[in-house]
Write a protein that binds this ligand. Structure first.
Ligand SMILES: Nc1ncnc2c1ncn2[C@@H]1O[C@H](COP(=O)(O)OP(=O)(O)OP(=O)(O)O)[C@@H](O)[C@H]1O
Ligand SMILES: [Mg+2]
Length: 252
């Protein structure tokens, strides 16, 4: 799935968090997004995924504007995001959290329940299988029945990725998947991302851990103060004088 951000602007009160942002992520890409604190990265994710309306500009999926679609509709169309602070249901187990993340089912409407019981059962079986497959894929078997509030920071990040995978996405937006995660688990999460990408799932990844990110992505963009400063292969981008200034200039 291709994603295009076209001239997007978003203000909070008088403060411009996004200032004419343009960005293109091609189908199946593995794309990084970096920038100092407060650059507007998470805000951009919120606008792309439909959690915040843009003041101006457009978001296009596969060339079609999706600005009027709420987040669940964008998820059903194949685009899903994770949050910087994981939003799992703390009292549900890992398995239950994954179940709950499956998209709306036929059985949730009365019509589906009464008139298509066979289809509802098939969907439930398919979801249960997907949950078990996701647990195995993310190596969460040992904690599958633990309340997710008890997980380590890294395990929560894995669960967050798992919840995203439940919607069978074609493009996943990850907000700081390595923050607060120990190095071993970072390697594990990177491997999972690379494997999913090799199966055709696209990623847009916000990350402060540049060392990890540049090992993972062939292309990235840099934001600062609501603007995209540069875009391209990591080496070239990090050499860009504007980028160096944004990082070294002590911008808060
Ligand atoms: N809901 C909001 N209301 C008001 N201001 C906001 C809101 N969300 C973000 N901001 C402001 O917009 C700016 C961009 O925030 P954002 O969270 O997008 O930055 P970020 O690049 O993700 O930073 P970080 O790397 O620290 O996560 C910040 O100055 C922030 O305080
Ligand atoms: Mg952020």
């Amino acid at each position: 799935m291709s994603l295009e951000v076209r001239d997007v602007t978003k203000s909070f009160g008088g403060f411009r968090a996004l200032d004419n942002v343009c960005l293109k992520v091609e189908t199946g890409a593995l794309f990084g997004l970096i920038g100092p604190n407060g650059a507007g990265k998470s805000t951009l994710f919120s606008v792309i995924s439909g959690f915040l309306p843009a003041d101006a500009g457009q978001i296009l999926m596969d060339g079609q504007p999706i600005d009027s679609q709420p987040p669940p509709e964008r998820a059903r169309a194949g685009m899903v995001r994770t949050f910087q602070v994981p939003r799992e249901f703390r009292h549900l187990t890992v398995r239950e959290n994954l179940m709950a993340a499956a998209p709306d089912q036929t059985g949730e409407s009365l019509i589906g329940l009464f008139f298509r019981p066979g289809q509802v059962r098939r969907e439930e079986t398919a979801i249960a299988e997907r949950v078990e497959g996701t647990i195995r894929f993310l190596k969460l078997t040992a904690v599958a029945n633990e309340p997710s509030g008890k997980l380590s920071g890294g395990q929560k990040k894995l669960l967050e990725l798992g919840r995203a995978l439940m919607v069978e996405p074609r493009l996943i937006l990850l907000d700081e998947p390595f923050a607060g995660v120990n190095p071993v688990l970072i390697g594990e999460i990177m491997d999972r991302i690379a494997e999913l990408n090799s199966r055709g799932i696209g990623f847009l990844v916000i990350e402060h851990d540049l060392e990890a990110l540049t090992r993972l992505v062939p292309r990235l963009a840099v934001m600062d103060r609501g603007k995209v400063l540069a875009e391209g292969p990591p080496d070239a981008v990090l050499d860009n004088p504007l980028v160096r200034e944004a990082y070294l200039g002590g911008v808060s």
